[in-house]
Design a protein around this ligand. Structure first.
Ligand code: SDX
Length: 432
């Protein structure tokens, strides 16, 4: 039995803090009783040193560049697995047997379609609306249609909501893409795998079938696997926080989409490609490296750095390999944008500023180039990230709801405002 304790001494008063042992990674100090015993909060605004929950889903080690989904290394899953079985793994904890995989595929097939009134929601958005705004609106609206799977206390409804989210997201994402092009929607097909079906819904035209290239479909499937989950990142923490109040799962996923949109998080793939276009030619790279290091310039190298990885993001390595495979297939192995990315990575990794701060390419550095090569517009990139991350969000939400000790999340603060003061009638105020 592991019963280590830490002692915190404040003004000669000792406070015992139980230490919980981790299966992998850092142990944690249990401070749940600290305020009650000491009258003090802890302070960690960016949660750099704070574990917000217990979880058995994903483990990352930033120093060694390790990423495990339910214990399986991401490189093995990306190379040998497919997104369907990774969805099952994240949701239920183990890789599916053949029978379980077939049954899971049939369940997801059943939930692929959208109610017709939902498809009409798209027409309420301008064609040039940012696709993330459209996806956010449509996913939020799912709560208005699926009342039979919004009771979070009902295990059966939780599973149905989870399957609906995983299954409908490709359809919503593809419709979002078609809407942005002003083109008609394409219905899902039951005979295609998850990634192929998504490419079919995005790229089939009324007058021309989309011929699915197996290498590109495999690349899409791998991109979905790489983005599926990532421990307690900002958007997952948002989903957990929203879910902690008992909000329905569709609303919680919408909250996660809103958070992922930011350029410091999932919006970095769009920002990273835009940055590469802004650089334009390799000879301008030093100018941008200089700006990234200038404290008076808010510019940062998009697709570089990570709160946890202070080594190479293991997903970026696999993404870089996938980028080369896709460019090879589409016959653009010498894409000038890729050449700038490779040169920028080389220069940055040799620069002390980046090495000292453990700033390496993250998953967003190469994903933009790959998604552009697959045919997607830049504004669609974070929609694709949301599509992939939905299974991670819903698995983390389900784990939280099923925790018997689950409580509403309610952080405290370090108050720095005015001390109590009396009201001043307006005629006596002298605010200049
Ligand atoms: C994702 O959390 C996850 O798991 C997220 C994610 C997932 O799968 O869910 O992995 C997906 O969001 C990947 C990250 C995508 N974002 C970007 O690529 C945007 C560019 N990156 C940075 O904004 C930044 O690196 C963050 C937001 C990713 C991390 O920020 P931190 O951990 O708060 O780091 P920091 O701001 O404290 O920076 C530490 C130092 C600072 O310099 P000093 O004050 O020490 O001198 O590094 C510098 C920063 O100025 N720095 C950068 C930089 N990132 C950090 N300098 C230049 N370019 C950068 N990209």
């Amino acid at each position: 039995m592991f019963n280590q304790k830490a002692i915190l001494t404040i003004e000669e008063e000792n406070y015992e803090l139980p230490v919980f042992h981790a299966e992998l990674g850092p142990d944690v100090l249990d401070i749940t009783q600290l305020y009650k015993k000491s009258g003090r909060f802890t302070f960690d605004p960016g949660f750099t040193s704070t574990a917000s929950c217990k979880s058995a889903i994903t483990y990352i080690d930033g120093d060694s560049g390790t990423l495990l989904y339910r214990g399986y290394p991401i490189d093995q899953l990306a190379e040998q697995g497919d997104f369907l079985e990774i969805c099952f793994l994240l949701l239920y904890g183990n890789l599916p047997s053949k029978e379980q995989k077939t049954s899971f595929k049939d369940q997801l097939t059943y939930y692929k379609m959208l109610h017709d009134p939902i498809t009409k929601l798209f027409s309420g958005f301008r064609k040039d609306a940012h696709p993330m705004a459209v996806m956010l609106g449509v996913v939020s609206a799912l709560s208005a249609f699926y009342h039979d799977s919004t009771d979070v206390k009902d295990p059966n409804q939780r599973i149905i909501a989870s399957l609906r989210m995983i299954s409908k997201m490709p359809t919503i994402a593809a419709m979002t893409y078609k809407h942005s092009l002003g083109k008609p929607f394409v219905s899902p097909r039951n005979d295609l795998d998850y990634a192929s079906n998504f490419l079919h819904m995005c790229f089939t035209e009324p007058n021309e079938d989309y011929e699915i290239n197996p290498i590109l479909a495999r690349a899409m499937d791998r991109i979905l696997i790489l983005h599926a989950d990532h421990e307690q990142n900002a958007s997952t923490s948002t989903v957990r926080m929203a879910g902690s109040s008992g909000a329905n799962p569709f609303a919680c996923i919408a909250a996660g989409i809103a958070c992922l949109w930011g350029p410091a998080h999932g919006g970095a793939n769009e920002a990273s490609l835009n940055m590469l276009y802004e650089i334009g030619t390799p000879d301008r790279i030093p100018e941008f490296i200089k700006r990234a290091k200038d404290k008076n310039d808010s510019f940062r190298l998009m697709g570089f750095g990570h709160r946890v990885y202070k080594n190479y993001d293991p997903r970026a390595k696999i993404m870089r390999k996938t980028t080369h495979q896709v460019l090879e297939v589409i016959g653009n192995r010498n894409d000038p944008i890729l050449n700038i990315a490779v040169e920028l990575e080389k220069i940055a990794l040799e620069d002390d500023y980046f090495k000292e701060r453990g700033l390496y390419p993250n998953i967003d550095f190469y994903s933009g180039i790959t998604l552009k090569a697959l045919g997607f517009s830049t504004k669609m990139f974070t929609v694709l990230f949301s599509l992939a991350r939905t299974v991670g969000w819903i698995a983390q939400w389900k784990e939280m709801i099923e925790d018997p000790k689950q409580r509403i999340g309610r952080p405290r603060q370090l108050y720095t405002g005015k001390k109590q003061r009396d009201y001043i009638p307006i005629e006596k105020r002298d605010n200049k």
